[in-house]
Design a protein around this ligand. Structure first.
Ligand code: GLN
Length: 471
């Protein structure tokens, strides 16, 4: 919420309810960031809290919530035809915490189907457009969440990041997107894609708002046995502290395939840090090269098992739609509803996953990929013996055109080449908007730290954000 609006509400010149109605009435439909809007917001408590100085940590902050995160009583489609009628039956832990802290959910945001994609083109609910240039993709899979923030329709948003789905769109749209340590945020109430990699994280126009949201949603949760507490980092960082950091630059992330302008802007920023006295050290993460291949074995394996529940017995199509499908027996039910309810990319991954898990291939593919995953993590562990922070471009490229990559899955998959290693290693990483290209498209910078140092990474990022002249 802008400072002047906040002041007006505080002084009683504007009701919080009017402010929210105004937002909901002025959602930019062209961008298609929202799948549904929340028409049932109780604004009175917030109004009175603001007026009486009783603000909670997120009082009155507006949220876009990715449509794979459950909000009680509102749809949770995961961007799929399969769940187009599904309504959340409880609040995800993150949503419960946001509501308790005074956050206001204005809508559920568009996304690639079941969070599979890098351009938001796989959504059953239509593409999302990049607010910087409506002819470009916003990135994915949290494209709607990111676009809602980039177009100032929501103050903050939640996304999920399995391979880059928060950071890559944040880079394409020019906002801050934070992927926490694996487990630092509860996944209870998140529609699973790849459970060993999925993480929920905040998206905002500045690091400070991301930090605020992260501090509310993070922490161990009895409903998610993989959740953990991340370390409390009391002290705020200043520029003098940042100058004492040793920053690692992995040489494998500055190779030929990287867009010229992206490389130039990131290199200029590295020079700037150097000239301020920050110690820059070249490092090597040799196994990152195998991250995409490794991900496209582990992820489909988990997808094939996680998406088995959409069989129309447990979850699936509406009865009226079933009539149209002319189902005669159980086999028909599985084939026709899964055939009809899932899009091409989802089907591709279920097939791949079923294959790599099948007898005779399991060790050859799945076990091998798990071993490579360990080597990728070992690379980071070794690097963090020498450096405090790792800096890379977030993506090899800027936002691309609609239709440019969706006929060639491999080229689409490569969009995550610099983000997926951090998911496989389970470590925290953030995208900061760095610069705009000559044609006005955002370029992102990625900062990465050791697991559980999320709070420190956010504090450092607040200082680094101030060194960037993003416009
Ligand atoms: N582009 C990745 C994929 O398609 C993004 C996954 C994610 O982070 N949810 O799998």
């Amino acid at each position: 919420m802008k400072q002047e609006i906040y002041k007006k509400i505080k002084e009683g010149e504007l009701k919080y309810g009017e402010y929210i109605s105004n937002i909901l009435n002025n959602i930019n439909k062209d961008i298609n960031a929202f799948i549904s809007l929340n028409k049932n917001i109780n604004t009175e408590e917030i109004d009175s809290n603001i007026k009486n100085n009783k603000e909670r940590d997120l009082e009155g902050l507006t949220f876009g919530i990715k449509d794979n995160i459950l909000v009680k009583g509102i749809n949770a489609t995961a961007g799929s035809k399969m769940l187009k009628e599904y309504i959340g039956v409880y609040d995800a832990t993150v949503v419960k915490k946001i509501k308790e802290a005074g956050g206001v959910i204005i809508g559920k945001t568009n996304m690639d189907e079941f969070a599979m994609g890098s351009s938001n083109e796989t959504s059953y609910f239509g593409v999302v457009k990049n607010p910087n240039n409506l002819n470009k993709v916003p990135g994915g899979s949290s494209g709607g969440s990111v676009a809602s923030v980039a177009a100032s329709m929501a103050d903050v948003a939640l996304g999920s990041d399995t391979a880059g789905s928060i950071r890559q769109p944040a880079s394409f749209c020019g906002v801050v997107g934070f992927k926490p340590t694996y487990g630092a945020v509860s996944r209870f109430g998140l529609i699973s894609m790849c459970s060993s990699l999925d993480v929920i994280g905040p998206i905002a126009n500045n690091v400070s708002d991301c930090e605020k949201v992260f501090n509310v949603i993070a922490g161990k949760d009895d409903y998610d046995s993989t959740s953990i507490d991340v370390l409390e980092e009391g002290k705020e960082w200043n520029i003098e502290d940042v100058k004492k950091l040793v920053v690692g630059i992995p040489k494998e992330y500055f190779v030929d395939g990287v867009d010229k302008e992206v490389k130039e802007e990131v290199n200029n920023f590295i020079e700037k840090l150097k000239s301020m006295g920050v110690k820059i050290k070249e490092i090597s993460l040799p196994y990152s090269e195998y991250a995409i291949a490794c991900y496209y074995i582990i992820m489909p394996a988990e997808v094939s098992s996680n998406l088995a529940r959409y069989d129309n017995v447990r979850y699936g199509t509406k009865i009226s739609d079933l009539k149209e499908l002319d189902i005669k027996n159980l086999r028909d039910l599985y084939f026709k509803t899964r055939g009809d309810g899932f899009g091409t990319e989802v089907k591709r991954r279920i097939l791949l996953g079923t294959y790599v898990l099948s007898k005779g291939f399991y060790d050859q593919y799945y076990t091998k990929a798990q071993k490579v995953r360990r080597l990728i993590k070992d690379d980071f562990d070794k690097a963090f013996n020498e450096v405090d922070l790792i800096l890379t471009p977030t993506c090899p490229d800027k936002a691309f055109n609609f239709g440019e990559k969706n006929k060639d899955p491999i080229s689409m998959y490569l969009s995550d080449v610099f983000t997926v290693p951090m998911n496989l290693a389970g470590i925290p990483a953030i995208n900061l908007p760095l610069a705009k290209s000559k044609d006005g498209l955002p370029i992102g910078l990625q900062l990465v730290m050791q697991e559980k140092l999320d709070k420190r990474l956010l504090k450092i990022s607040k200082v680094i954000e101030n060194l960037i002249n993003y416009n």
